[in-house]
Design a protein around this ligand. Structure first.
Ligand code: PMP
Length: 359
């Protein structure tokens, strides 16, 4: 009976496939959990910022009270960090939450939603949840890196909402400013996901000042090391931010997450170390992967996409206690693998396991 009562949209929502956990792999392959290296979910390998852990402990003494709905103190700090007024910023329960508010705000059944595969799978999930009709304009695979297609300009005419990701997950490439600016001239809402922007050289957030059809989403899950507490934010015009706020649950960001994010923003040294670790690790991994004959795509994020000759590579690495992300779930073939940049020790373990596989 339930099948008949469910909304049609709900029946079509594809499942989200997360990276596999250390516990799961330890059980499946009978390996000790401490021997497993997880480079599958683009997490921060430094652990959380120490100040954020202290802030969570302090804030925990007041969890009998509701959190501050807007997160005023955090908005003020974020305003300084991004260089936009507080009125243009909205915090959410992870950037996933804010991506959802965008779909909720703009999509009615049948509206065109432009996505650029291979990319973050949640955009497609959101489109189908809210009745959108996905229009795909695939990225162009170059010898050294992927790029966004000029075909987006024509396709945007048919769409209400466009999800872009820069640097893109899983390919690591950046959007071209000129393409974004041209897209923003059209009558389409551009949601630009900058989850990995701290590892890149360029952010498009300042364009929010001049384009009320641009929403940029950001997160504390990557460079700030707080994936487990779930906090992200959006940047958009004051008017649009007001609408997104009305759609969001009133207390969607808990007080521990707010306190942790504020402390993380204050810890500039941690951020600097995160970014440095990724840049050094990216260079090391790229070099070692090329030595082993892999085709490596250049990346501006905390992961690398590469192509090997072996379709079963993720499985072979799992047997050796290294978890990476096979990219079949992104619509690429099985030989494409995404590896997150870890600590130097984790990166070395990954390379050693690879050498063993290809020996
Ligand atoms: N956008 C992209 C491109 C991502 O890769 C991720 C995390 N996998 C997210 C958003 C979600 O981040 P958050 O933890 O802030 O919800």
């Amino acid at each position: 009976m339930i099948e008949r009562l469910l909304k049609e949209e709900v029946k079509r929502v594809p499942p989200y496939v997360p990276g596999r956990s250390i516990e799961e792999i330890a059980r499946e392959y009978s390996l000790p959990a401490e021997k497993i290296v997880k480079l599958a979910s683009n997490e921060n390998p430094l652990g959380p910022p120490p100040g954020a852990v202290e802030a969570i402990c302090r804030a925990s003494e007041r969890v009998n009270l509701y959190p501050e709905p807007l997160g005023r103190a955090l908005l003020q700090a974020l305003s300084g960090y991004v260089g936009l007024p507080e009125e243009c910023i909205l915090i959410g329960n992870g950037s996933d939450d804010l991506l959802e508010q965008c779909a909720k705000a703009f999509l009615s059944r049948g509206d065109g939603v432009l996505i650029t595969p291979p990319t973050f799978s949640y955009y497609r999930i959101l489109a189908s949840m809210y009745g959108g009709r996905c229009i795909e304009v695939p990225l162009v695979e170059g010898e050294e890196e992927y790029s966004f297609s000029e075909a987006l300009l024509d396709a945007a005419g048919e769409a209400k909402l466009l999800f872009l990701c820069s640097p893109n997950n899983p390919t690591g490439n950046l959007l071209r400013r000129s393409l974004l600016e041209e897209l923003l001239e059209g009558e389409v809402v551009v949601v630009l996901d900058e989850a990995y922007v701290e590892f890149a050289e360029e952010s498009f957030a300042p364009l929010v000042r001049h384009h009320d059809n641009l929403i940029v989403t950001r997160t504390f899950s990557k460079a700030f090391g707080l994936a487990g507490v779930r906090i992200g934010y959006s940047l958009a015009s004051e008017e649009l931010t007001g609408y997104l706020l009305r759609l969001r649950q009133p207390f969607s960001v808990n007080s521990l997450a707010q306190a942790a994010a504020l402390a993380a923003l204050e810890d500039e040294e941690y951020l600097r170390r995160s970014v440095e670790l990724v840049r050094t690790g990216r260079r090391y991994l790229s070099r070692e992967l090329k030595k082993l004959g892999m085709r490596v795509f250049s990346s501006h994020a905390n992961f690398l996409l590469f192509r090997s000759s072996m379709a079963s590579l993720p499985e072979e690495l799992l047997k050796r206690g290294v978890i990476v992300r096979g990219c079949a779930s992104f619509g690429l073939d099985e030989r494409y693998v995404r590896v997150s940049v870890g600590t130097q020790e984790q990166n070395r373990r990954f390379v050693e396991a690879l050498e063993e596989v290809f020996r």
